[in-house]
Design a protein around this ligand. Sequence first.
Ligand code: SF4
Length: 370
Amino acid sequence: MDRRSPSHAFPLETTSGSSESEVPEIRRNLLGWYSRSRRKLPWREEPSLYGTIVSEFMLQQTQVKTMLPYYERWMRQFPDPESLAESAEAEVMKLWQGLGYYSRARNLQAAIRKLLSLPAPPRTAEEWESFPGVGPYMAAAIASISFGDPTAVVDGNVIRVISRLSGMKAPFSSNSQAVRFIRPFASRLLDPSAPGDFNQAIMELGALVCTPRQAACPKCPLQPNCLAFETAEVEIIPSIQRAPTVDTKVFRLWLYDRTSDTLVLELQQGKSRLSGLHELPAIPIEPSDAPRFESLMVRTRTIGNNRIKEHIVQPVDAFNFRTNENHETLHRIPVADLESVAISGPHRKWIRELLKIQTSGFRASGEGSC
Ligand code: SF4
């Protein structure tokens, strides 16, 4: 790891001396900027433990502008922990539909049920880590924001800000290695007198100012302390090696019955990320079976580093095609009811496209991505 700590930069080591003396200035400048410039977000305007938990679950892997309408709908339907705890899973999944990473919805409900089973909410990050779906980052966020627990959050934004402040150029081998490496520096920088605000401030700076590309350094409150700015290396820091993309091919069965206006969907079960949602049924097709199917369209979706090419096919002779529709996971659903069924976001989009095409007589166009 390339470590440099000139007198004016945020110190990488816990040394005493002039570098260490920069820490109070960094805290002050960052908190001052946060109080002036933070976005007015509903969970900040009307803070509550429940709102913090819901927002943190939704913000995992999702940007604020994408999750905001979901958050608002969620709070209208489940305004308090009790209403969420008492709801059926299908209702919860339906509301989460389109936000992706559906295990978050199940874990959120399980976490709230666990919270309600306790005599009092836990106050430390360590205790919150025992909740379903709550890792070190989320535990630190909930405990610091709601209870003032002095535990630093470390996410992609924090990694970027601290790496740049300190001029760390050597590549991280993975995100998790970056988290491990940055955590002690984040802990040292955290303001123990305002840990919740400080954690939110450093993440907000990473989201609004110290962005991955074209960071707004002239507007940054930490510019006087930033080594990457001084050495003009902002664009190359941090360097994190990404896992290579894995390509997967999946066949999906289209069994639309025009006479009854129904479509067969498969309920995802078990420990699958999509458990509780419907999708077009996956079907293994050997090359020798290919002539029995007509390709309707090909769409690509990317989950993490997994790029999945989904080929939607229908049997050439649908009348003679046999599926075990009595199988408990296969459901023939009236098209008129599809809007009230929990379906994964990409599949809902593709189903709408195909229904439009099939009922208007046009043919699906080539490939697309989602
Ligand atoms: S000066 Fe630029 S690189 Fe440094 S912390 Fe601020 S925005 Fe990030």
